[in-house]
Each structure stands twice: as structure tokens, then as C-alpha cells.
Design a protein around this ligand. Structure first.
Ligand code: ADP
Ligand code: MG
Length: 331
């Protein structure tokens, strides 16, 4: 079982960027509006600090044990996943693959706690800590005992770029969060919060021509459910200049997470080609909010690929939303 566990851990945590993804998603699930990410790639160290709900001492002691999640209690919950995390694997995997330390203080507590965890996810040191409400998780010496794993990874420079694009993607699907990102104790980049992705995209696509940004949100019916609502959000930029060789820039998020869903990407590109000349290459973000029961996240351990039920229904409404956005005149 030891080996089986480690394979599972390695599937979820396969890089520095994956560490950042898991920690940051926990911060967002905890309601954080401010997240600071610090990276020391040469030391294989990542720290994520947030102003979210924090944890009490009991929760802290449980947090890195196998399959502890505060989010799934019965089978019904599995069909009702609203949070980004739900398997209760990330912190446990991190305790196996690194030195894990968590400082946390819940909003109502008068003091915080600092815990160190062993490779089984048990707390081996507990002390009080004077911190602001929120949580600070530090992952150090990632893959320190797994040198083959380190050697199999891309060069550090490439991993650093992956961390950056991971944070930018998550920022784009959670525009209400302000990000401060540091590398080797120095400021690296920031993303300031906004109402929608429209405020975020220009901050992360610097140097890329994006034109005037238009956005549309359509409330759409949910298949087989009359009392729940779904929505399609489209953010679209159409640079003036035509580029014969520039690729289209299209990203799709579903319920707060960017996913690879080629079927929907084809739909989006198809909607462009119906109206736009070949040389016009839009920049486009599509964000679907659908009832959790319509998504099966279990296609992929990192939740990057999903099954979306009633695909053709969503394809139809995405096409409508794009056509509507293309008709909007720049202000
Ligand atoms: P999951 O996110 O799937 O529930 P994790 O292993 O990522 O599993 O986290 C385990 C639990 O630890 C979470 O369910 C949550 O209760 C708690 N937790 C982790 N990170 C944070 C955080 N930044 N703020 C508050 N609680 C957290
Ligand atoms: Mg999680």
C-alpha cells in the first residue's frame, strides 16, 4: 500500500507548479481575497500565504492525514462539488514528498498555530504562532528523497515559467483575488483583483496585442434541471492587426478551473471562423458555470481533463455567447 500511495501522490504532485496549484486552490476554497506565493526554485521550496478562513487546531492536526477533506461527507456530496478541492489528497501527498509546515489562525481565534508534519501526515511539532488570521503553508525540499523524480522534471527555468503561467491562469478564473508573487525573496509579479477577467487579462498578457476587450455573460438553462441556473461568460479581444502566423489564444474554464476540453475549443474556433477573416486572431476566455453534477472531474488526477455531460447543449450556448460578443462595438 505504501507504493500505491506514493504513486497516487506523484500523480497529483508532479512539479513545483502542481504544488502551487494545490496550495492556491486551498486558499481560494478558504475564501481568500489576498494570496502571496513565494518560490525558491533552487531549494525546491514554495510558500503560499492567504487571508482565508484559517484552521483551528483540530483541523490542522487532521489536514495532512490520508483522505481528510472537510468537503466531502457522503456520496451525494461527490455530485455536489462546489469547492476546487475535494479528494483530501493534496496535503497528505505533500507531507510524503516534502517537508510540510502549516501556520494557521482562524478568524475567531486569538492566536495561531504552527505545525510540522511527518511523511505519514501526522503532526510532529505543535506550537502557538503569532500570525494574522489566515494560513501560511510551506513546502520545502520537494522530492528531496525522490531524486529520480527530480531528474525526470524539466529544467528549473521551465518549471519557473510553469509556476508563473499556473498562477496567471488561476488569477484569470478567480478575478476577485489579489496576488503578490515573489521569487527568491524579491518581488516577481502582481495581479490586482477586479470584477471580472476583463481586469485580469491585460495584466497577464503583457506584450501580446489583445485589442479592446468585450465581455458577455449569458444565463443559460441547465439540461434536465429547471431550478438551477448555469452561465456562459465570454471575454474576447480582437487585435486590429492581422497576423498570418499568430495562433488563436483560447482558454476554457469550468467552475473556476481551466481545463483541456478540445471539444469546446473546437466549438469556439468554429464560431470565430464563421464570422472573422482568417488573419484575425482573437484572444478569448470562456468560463462556464454549471451545476457540479454535470462535471466528472475524475478523468484526470490533476483535474485538468474532465467529462462534461450534455456537451452539445453547452457548445450551442458558447457559440451564441461568442457571436453575441463579436457583435458588440468597442466602447
Ligand atoms: P481538499 O482540498 O481536497 O479538501 P487538501 O489536502 O488540499 O484536500 O486539504 C485538506 C483540508 O485542509 C481542506 O479540506 C481544508 O479543510 C484544510 N485546508 C487546507 N489548506 C487550507 C487553507 N489555506 N485555509 C484553510 N483550510 C485549509
Ligand atoms: Mg485541496
Amino acid at each position: 500500500t505504501e507504493v500505491v500511495h506514493l504513486i497516487a501522490a506523484g500523480e497529483v504532485i508532479d512539479s513545483l507548479a502542481a504544488v502551487v496549484r494545490e496550495l492556491v486552490e486551498n486558499s481560494i476554497d478558504a475564501g481568500a481575497t489576498r494570496i502571496t506565493v513565494s518560490l525558491w526554485a533552487d531549494q525546491w521550496r514554495v510558500r503560499v500565504a492567504d487571508n482565508g478562513a484559517g484552521m483551528d487546531l483540530d483541523t490542522l492536526k487532521q489536514a495532512a492525514l490520508p483522505h481528510t477533506t472537510s468537503k466531502i461527507h457522503d456520496r451525494q456530496d461527490l455530485w455536489n462539488i462546489r469547492s476546487l478541492g475535494f479528494r483530501g489528497e493534496a496535503l497528505h501527498s505533500l507531507s510524503q514528498l516534502s517537508q510540510l509546515e502549516i501556520l494557521s489562525r482562524s478568524a475567531t481565534a486569538t492566536q495561531g498555530w504552527r505545525l510540522l508534519y511527518n511523511a505519514e501526515g501526522e503532526s510532529i511539532q505543535v506550537e502557538t504562532a503569532a500570525i494574522a488570521p489566515g494560513t501560511i503553508v510551506t513546502v520545502d525540499h520537494l522530492f528531496g528523497n525522490w531524486s529520480a523524480r527530480r531528474q525526470g522534471l524539466p529544467a528549473i527555468a521551465q518549471q519557473i515559467r510553469s509556476v508563473q503561467s499556473m498562477i496567471q491562469q488561476i488569477a484569470l478564473s478567480h478575478p476577485h483575488v489579489t496576488w503578490q508573487v515573489q521569487q527568491n525573496d524579491r518581488e516577481w509579479f502582481n495581479v490586482w483583483a477586479g470584477e471580472t477577467a476583463r481586469k485580469i487579462l491585460p495584466q497577464i498578457l503583457r506584450g501580446v496585442q489583445i485589442g479592446d476587450l468585450q465581455e458577455t455573460t449569458l444565463e443559460v438553462p441547465t439540461p434536465e434541471e429547471t431550478d438551477s441556473s448555469s452561465s456562459v461568460y465570454v471575454l474576447l479581444g480582437l487585435p486590429d492587426r492581422c497576423h498570418r502566423h499568430r495562433p488563436d489564444w483560447v482558454r476554457v474554464a469550468i467552475n473556476g478551473r481551466f481545463v483541456d476540453i478540445p471539444e469546446l475549443e473546437q466549438t469556439i474556433l468554429g464560431a470565430f471562423r464563421k464570422t472573422l477573416p482568417r488573419e484575425r486572431h482573437p484572444v478569448c476566455v470562456v468560463h462556464l458555470q454549471v451545476p457540479p453534477a454535470h462535471i466528472d472531474w475524475n478523468r484526470h488526477p490533476a483535474k485538468a481533463e474532465i467529462y462534461l455531460h450534455h456537451l452539445s447543449h453547452w457548445q450551442l450556448h458558447v457559440t451564441q455567447a461568442i457571436e453575441q460578443t463579436l457583435r458588440l462595438k468597442p466602447e
